[in-house]
Design a protein around this ligand. Structure first.
Ligand code: GH3
Ligand code: MG
Length: 543
């Protein structure tokens, strides 16, 4: 997305799905370009590429998207060929980069498709556990937390399974008769690949056994008897660690060529970039995107980078986003001045691509950890109260701009005080974590889950109506109810109630929150362990 003027507001924040050029058109141009580079290419063939690019750029000009701009740049760079000029190797390399960027933009658009259904991905876990009772318990609990489980009782069977389909993680009881742990782990990694996390269960909790597990290449180790929740925590950590979201970088740069170049470099390194060409539009973009870093040109028409950094810093929620200046400025005093006005680092143009990628990645990564820490609830890892409220406001604002729909739910654990009173506060904390976990697993990546208060949660389901939300949350309710909670004094079960309201009909965050809260209280009054929609207040009926 290139942001370039007030009139583009609708387009850029509610992007249309049909992009120009299509993937096929772009591919066709790229094939022509590549053939035009071959040793047998004639001047006429080279000119054909330039003409084709020019036609495509004209066709897409009305689109005003970053993709259309990239095609325009390609056409511009090819223009000298029409005047019988040869391109330099640098220019040819740059054109290749622009093609890569254009395809990456198309990929992004495909990935930004509206959220899918709620059929969650269930990561596959293999468990090797010869003890039938423990295997049964493990399977039940691990499946409750959204994993698909296959249990085997022999190591040979495990190897056969791994050869057929690679799992997200393997849990292995090391009580293997006649086999050394290290050897088993080695064979497993040889069959499944080094990247498959391995969690070992053992009868021994001593340091020597733990050390042996580390040397065998295990990623986690649990000595029996263990709390199944601890096992789930470990499993979550291992199974999801390799599916992290890419870093998001916002590039503020008025020159299309430079912006496209930096964007291509960072994308190649696996980051997601958004280019802002009109500095005055930066705040809109920050509002929409969870930026991990801002890469800012120092001198731009309209306002300079230092002024813009100060404006960004006026908002406390953007205070932790690092701002890295990019500039031809080499004078140290000026650089320091700029840093004192809200910037975090200074990269001097022309910058070595490797240096740029590393500087950006390191700073962005660190800022992300810090932000996660500030914006999430420490017990559950969910969004905290302030963040979920802000997100609701932002989603309602998006609805006002772009239309669509969203559902908002308030959930509250039933009789939670008695859980604390009977089993103690730390068991209560466990129950809160368990509900958080089930919600995260069951909802889509595009939904938002927050801890609203002590044992109260809030959920924003984008692009969902109230009926869909009630249906899904009722499945979560049933799933949570069936989980056996653990306490030293025995197992028990807990339920929760929920209230759901929608946008539309509500048009602001306060109204939809109030409506969901009222529905929640109706659910409590109606006997708890149910999800009610706002309209159920009138009829008194539930799910
Ligand atoms: P209801 O079904 O009507 O919601 O009843 P309830 O017992 O859940 O509601 P109540 O508001 O009476 O009690 C909520 C309890 O939650 C009181 C408070 O001590 C406890 N609580 C709040 N935050 C936490 C927390 O972080 N950890 C634990 N363990 N308990 C908490
Ligand atoms: Mg409660």
């Amino acid at each position: 997305m290139i942001v370039d003027g007030e009139e583009r507001r609708e387009d850029e924040l509610c992007p249309s799905r049909e992009l120009c050029p299509s993937r096929e058109q772009l591919r066709e141009l790229q094939v022509l370009w590549q053939t035009g580079q071959g040793p047998d290419a004639t001047d006429e063939m080279r000119q054909q590429v330039a003409l084709h690019a020019e036609r495509l750029a004209r066709e897409c000009a009305g689109d005003e998207t970053e993709l259309a701009e990239v095609v325009a740049v390609i056409a511009m760079m090819l223009a000298p060929v029409l005047m019988d000029k040869r391109l330099t190797p640098e220019a040819r390399a740059l054109i290749d980069e622009y093609f890569a960027t254009a395809f990456a933009l198309l990929d992004d658009e495909a990935a930004n498709d509206p959220p899918g259904d709620w059929a969650p991905t269930r990561p596959l876990i293999y468990i090797l556990e010869p003890d039938a009772a423990l295997a049964h318990d493990l399977t039940q609990q691990v499946e409750h937390f959204g994993y698909e489980v296959t249990v085997v009782v022999t190591f040979k069977a495990l190897l056969a399974l791994v050869a057929r389909q690679t799992p997200r993680a393997v849990i292995m009881d090391v009580h293997l008769r006649g086999m050394e742990t290290a050897l088993a782990a080695e064979q497993l990694h040889a069959a499944a690949g080094q990247n498959v996390p391995l969690l070992l269960l053992s009868d021994h909790g001593d340091v020597a056994s733990r050390l042996q597990a580390v040397r065998a290449g295990a990623d986690a180790y649990m000595a029996k008897p263990f709390d199944l929740h601890d096992l789930i925590d470990q499993l979550d950590r291992l199974a999801w660690q390799r599916t992290r979201e890419p870093l998001q970088v916002v590039i503020v740069e008025d020159s299309v060529t430079q912006a496209t170049y930096y964007s291509a470099l960072l994308r190649k390194a696996g980051m997601v970039t958004t280019v802002v060409r009109d500095p005055l539009r930066l705040l809109d973009v920050l509002h929409e995107k969870a930026a991990d870093l801002i890469l800012m040109d120092m001198y731009m028409p309209g306002c300079d980078g230092q002024e813009l950094a100060k404006v960004v810093r006026q908002f406390s929620r953007y205070a932790s986003i690092p701002i890295v200046y990019l500039s031809g400025e080499t004078e140290i005093k000026r650089q320091l001045d700029a840093l004192s006005r809200g910037g975090d680092d200074f990269l001097t143009k022309p910058i070595d691509p490797v240096h740029l990628i590393r500087s950006v990645a390191i700073r962005a990564e660190r800022a992300r950890s810090l932000r996660t820490f500030m914006l999430t609830d420490t017990l559950t890892g969910l969004l905290n109260h302030t963040r979920i409220k802000e997100q609701l406001q932002s989603e309602v604002a998006r609805y006002a701009r772009c239309g669509g729909k969203l559902a908002f739910a308030m959930l509250d654990i039933d009789h939670f005080k008695s859980v604390n009173d009977t089993h103690g506060h730390s068991v209560g904390d466990r129950v809160i974590k368990t509900l958080a976990r089930v919600l995260q697993q069951r909802l889509r990546a595009t939904d938002y889950v927050g801890r609203y208060g002590g044992e109260e949660f809030a959920v924003i389901m984008v692009d969902a109506d109230v009926d869909e939300a009630v249906e899904i949350l009722d499945q979560v309710r049933a799933s949570f109810e069936s989980i056996r909670q653990f306490a030293p004094d025995g197992g028990f079960r807990v339920t929760f109630s929920g209230g759901v309201a929608g946008v539309p009909p509500h048009g602001n965050a306060t109204a939809v929150t109030y409506a969901a809260d009222q529905a929640l209280y109706a659910a409590k009054r109606a006997g708890r362990n149910r999800i009610l929609r706002e309209n159920d207040l009138v009829t008194g009926s539930g799910v």
